[in-house]
Design a protein around this ligand. Structure first.
Ligand code: PHE
Length: 345
């Protein structure tokens, strides 16, 4: 009688398991048939009324039933889990034949295109790249460059002072003094690209913040011929093989002699046009031979060493090179402007 009850429970359980199609249904069935208070476990209480012989057989019967149901539950549970996984994989399948999202690549700002090109040209001639602080001391920005206090040249470079002795550098030339002092009397051959600041009113050709590339070469027997040769090569590489340069006398307190450097106009080839204002020449940079006082103040004997220096305005070169009519376009990040410099793949 009890035995057939056990078999009947097993049959019912297996039918239920067979029909189950979800994980939580399996849990519910496990609870219904195998929990302590389930019908099957309840039959265990009958053991007390049985003879030892019957008890052994019946106990085994109930245990086998429990094992059987439990095994079937586990098996079914795995089947359901596998089915659910397959279903999910099917649903979440990625169609790799769909075209991907396009990554939009912007153009590099022409400022950086030109700065990189200047660096490449001069490193190609054996210069290494130095750097210096943008917040500079009066000593390095002026005094060590032969511009003492009250020197009139300071007026042309009015700038942003942080206190009486600290300012935003007005040019990259203080890096000349830093580099010389670090080199401790040894030959120097560096360029230094970097930001500079002046208290200028911004307009199409002026900006209170701009950038220069400083150049400095110090060794024995350096003369102005070296300066001309270096800058001629630069002009040709930057603006085309046909370019010539001319040096005009100028004045900087830290070079003697000082020159303004013009290149033959790349627009008209030197005949005269609106770009060169009819002169055939375009001014691109300043330079000269390092002043003996500057050599001396920074640890060199001017009787033994001589040097050349130059300063190139990066925006000015970029504007000439790419025909940009307003310096502010370089800073305002208008994508319509920048898109023109996208590399076409
Ligand atoms: N520092 C100068 C300027 O800003 C440029 C320059 C650099 C001139 C090196 C001579 C030598 O105008």
């Amino acid at each position: 009688m009890e035995n057939s009850k056990v078999n009947e429970i097993v049959t019912r359980a297996l039918e239920d398991i067979e029909k189950a199609d979800k994980g939580d249904v399996i849990n519910e069935i496990r609870n219904r048939y195998l929990a302590k208070k389930s019908e099957l476990m309840g039959l265990m209480s009958l053991l007390g009324q049985m003879s030892p012989e019957e008890r052994k057989d019946f106990g085994k019967l109930v245990n086998d039933a429990k094992t059987r149901i439990s095994e079937m539950l586990n098996k079914k549970q795995q089947e359901i889990a596998q089915k659910e996984l397959n279903k999910r994989l099917e649903e979440e399948k990625i169609d790799i034949s769909l075209p991907g999202k396009k990554v939009e690549l912007g153009g590099r700002n022409p400022f950086y295109l030109v700065q990189d090109e200047v660096i490449e040209i001069f490193t190609g001639m054996g210069f290494s790249v130095a750097s210096g602080p943008e917040v500079e001391s009066d000593l390095f920005n002026f005094e060590l460059l032969n511009i003492p206090k009250d020197h009139p040249a300071r007026d042309m470079q009015d700038t942003f002072y942080i206190d009486n002795n600290t300012l935003l550098r007005t040019h990259t030339s203080p890096v000349q003094a830093h580099t010389m002092q670090e080199a401790k009397g040894q030959p120097v051959k560096i360029i230094c690209p970097g930001k500079t600041y002046r208290r200028d009113n911004d307009d199409a050709t002026h900006s209170h913040q701009f950038a220069q590339v400083e150049g400095l070469l110090i060794d024995k027997n350096i003369n102005i011929g070296h300066l001309k040769a270096l800058l001629t090569l630069f002009a040709k590489k930057m603006f085309g093989e046909k370019r010539e340069i001319r040096l005009r006398p100028s004045y900087f307190p830290f070079t003697e002699p000082s020159v303004e450097v013009d290149i033959s106009c790349f627009n008209c080839g030197g005949k005269g046009c609106s770009m060169c204002k009819g002169t055939g020449w375009i001014e691109i940079l300043g330079g000269g031979m390092v002043h003996p006082n500057v050599l001396k103040m920074n640890g060199y004997d001017p009787e033994v060493y001589s040097g050349l220096a130059f300063g190139i305005g990066i925006e000015r070169v970029a504007m000439l090179r790419y025909g940009i009519d307003d310096i502010r376009k370089i800073y305002t990040n208008d994508v319509r402007f920048l898109r023109q410099f996208e590399k076409k793949a």
